[in-house]
Design a protein around this ligand. Structure first.
Ligand code: AMP
Ligand code: TRP
Length: 327
């Protein structure tokens, strides 16, 4: 069976964009492939987070992914730092990773610009650690966003290079798994663009009903169409896009008809949209809170995930040691 690996950055809470753009696809993948999903807490050290945050962010993310429906009975969900075999592969891969190529990675250059006082070696070798995460399970497919394409190219390059240097076919070249036609872009409700944490327009799965109502009621609108069947300007299109994502087709059709006949009342539309978002997020929010309170269960899930991941990792690292000459 084909193997899927994906790393999750432990930063911030999940918002609707993350859910419909990424997590929902993980839910599908876990039914079809042998999946390893892990929380990339080593990678997060490049920015020197507070130790308390290193612990808490992992718990937070784990609770959120479980609440969304990542099923530990189907996928191995684990914490990166629980599988030390990855570090050994990271070291081996670094021996054949060259300064020049690492320095040319766009995200390295960007981060070096953003944190000039902290251009550390971990930042430079971020792509080798990511390649180690992937290659340790001999992954075939890696579901990632477009921003990770260069890191994926590096992972493929390191896999090929290892195979060539040692004359083996040990690592398959991992392909980026793009969700193609199914990829939904969740819009922001502040007029233009997408929903995102850094855009400051995110509706989080953990938001309570009052917060969601407040965020939705603030959505940007205009004075309404004056001609029947007008093209929707972007802020309005975004509201409708959101209805399409969370509401029933009937609700969408109702407001669309109102828009096309110039009778739309944005206040009503937003109220409905807020309630539909709440209906969607509320059960997830409840589960997040349940999981978060049940640290014993979360520790058990993380341990079982790590056991599964370690078994797969050990298998690979033994082969790698042998090939390199550690017999
Ligand atoms: P980020 O929260 O920006 O680190 O994004 C993590 C992943 O969530 C990305 O790789 C995307 O696949 C997905 N994502 C984030 N924001 C959106 C959005 N507004 N619409 C669709 N997908 C998104
Ligand atoms: N670099 C990825 C990101 O920023 C996270 C990540 C780390 C990852 N290791 C990975 C993703 C391995 C896929 C596979 O989102």
């Amino acid at each position: 069976m084909e193997i899927v690996v994906s790393g999750i950055r432990p930063t911030g809470n999940l918002h609707l964009g993350n859910y419909f753009g990424a997590v929902k696809n993980f839910l599908r993948l876990q039914d079809e492939y042998k999946c390893f999903f892990f929380i990339a807490n080593w990678h997060s050290l490049t920015t020197h987070p507070h130790p308390g945050d290193v612990t808490n962010n992992v718990r937070k993310i784990l609770a959120e992914y479980l609440a969304c429906g990542i099923d530990p009975a189907k996928a191995a969900i684990y914490v990166q730092s629980d599988v030390k075999e990855v570090l050994e592969l990271y070291l081996f891969l670094n021996m054949n990773a060259y300064l020049g190529e690492l320095q040319r990675v766009t995200s390295f250059k960007e981060k070096a610009r953003k944190q000039p006082e902290n251009v550390n070696a971990g930042l430079l070798t971020y792509p080798t650690l990511m390649a180690a995460d992937i290659l340790i399970h001999k992954a075939h497919k890696v579901p990632v966003g477009k921003d990770q394409e260069q890191n994926m190219e590096m992972a493929r390059k390191f896999a090929r290079r290892f195979n060539t240097i040692y004359g083996v076919e040990l690592f398959p070249e991992p392909e980026s798994y793009s969700f193609g036609g199914d990829a939904v872009k969740v819009p922001g409700l502040d007029g233009s663009g997408k929903m995102g944490k850094s855009e400051g327009n995110a509706i989080y799965l953990i938001d309570d009903a009052a917060t969601i109502r407040k965020k939705v009621m603030k959505a940007v609108t205009d004075s309404g169409p004056t001609e029947p069947n007008s093209v929707k300007p972007e802020p309005i299109e975004n509201l409708f896009k959101m209805l399409q994502i969370v509401s029933s087709p009937d609700t969408y059709d109702y407001f669309n008809e109102k828009y096309n006949t110039c009778q739309v009342r944005y206040g009503d539309l937003k109220k409905q949209l807020a309630e539909d978002i709440i209906n969607f997020t509320h059960p997830i929010r409840e589960r997040i809170l349940d999981f978060a309170a049940n640290t014993d269960y979360m520790d058990k899930v993380a341990k079982e995930g790590a056991d599964k991941a370690r078994e797969s990792a050990l298998h690979t690292i033994r082969e790698v040691r042998e090939v390199i000459g550690f017999k």
